[in-house]
Design a protein around this ligand. Structure first.
Ligand code: ATP
Length: 149
């Protein structure tokens, strides 16, 4: 029995994919590898990369915060933020990285340090996922239907 993966955010349904061999998600305590027949699980998510594979196809996303549930070979993610690799706006992420890094360096304006550190980590993760995706797309590796990977 393969896995189904549903990802929603408060704003939208990000994806619904079936027939997956594995889902690797950024749990708040570290990476979680979920294979078919996984035991039921409910856990929280951190900031990181989510990957799902179906045969030789791979889907890559950035996830930030939320919950992951596994039940009956269905992985449901309710994330604060989720973007597919091909949706990431690299210039925007670079801008967010610079803003967060310079606020942390100067500690001006009584910034919320934890929130700014989280914004920096999101921006760095977006850049990492988008850059790897661009390299792979250039090498002709296939992504899942619906992506241009
Ligand atoms: P920014 O300062 O650029 O707004 P942020 O870290 O404050 O970045 P988030 O709070 O993480 O932004 O996300 C707000 C919304 O904008 C979410 O819907 C998220 O998916 C989207 N988003 C943020 N940055 C990007 C990006 N670089 N590319 C695509 N979507 C993005």
């Amino acid at each position: 029995m393969p896995l189904k993966l549903d990802i929603v955010t408060p704003e939208r349904t990000v994806l619904s994919e079936d027939g997956l061999d594995i889902v690797i998600a950024p749990g708040s305590e570290g990476q979680l590898g979920i294979l078919p027949s996984h035991t039921p699980l409910l856990t929280t998510l951190g900031i990181g990369e989510l990957r799902a594979r179906r045969g030789t196809e791979e889907l890559t996303m950035v996830i930030s915060g939320g919950f992951l549930e596994v039940r009956n070979n269905v992985v449901t993610i309710i994330a604060d933020v989720a973007e597919r690799a091909e949706e990431i706006d690299i210039d925007r992420a670079r801008g967010a990285r610079e803003r967060a890094a310079s606020s942390l360096a100067t500690r001006e304006d009584d910034i919320d340090v934890a929130a700014t550190q989280a914004a920096l980590r999101r921006a760095l993760m977006r850049l990492r996922v988008a850059e790897r995706y661009t390299r792979r797309a250039g090498s002709g590796r296939r992504g899942m239907p619906g992506s241009t990977e």
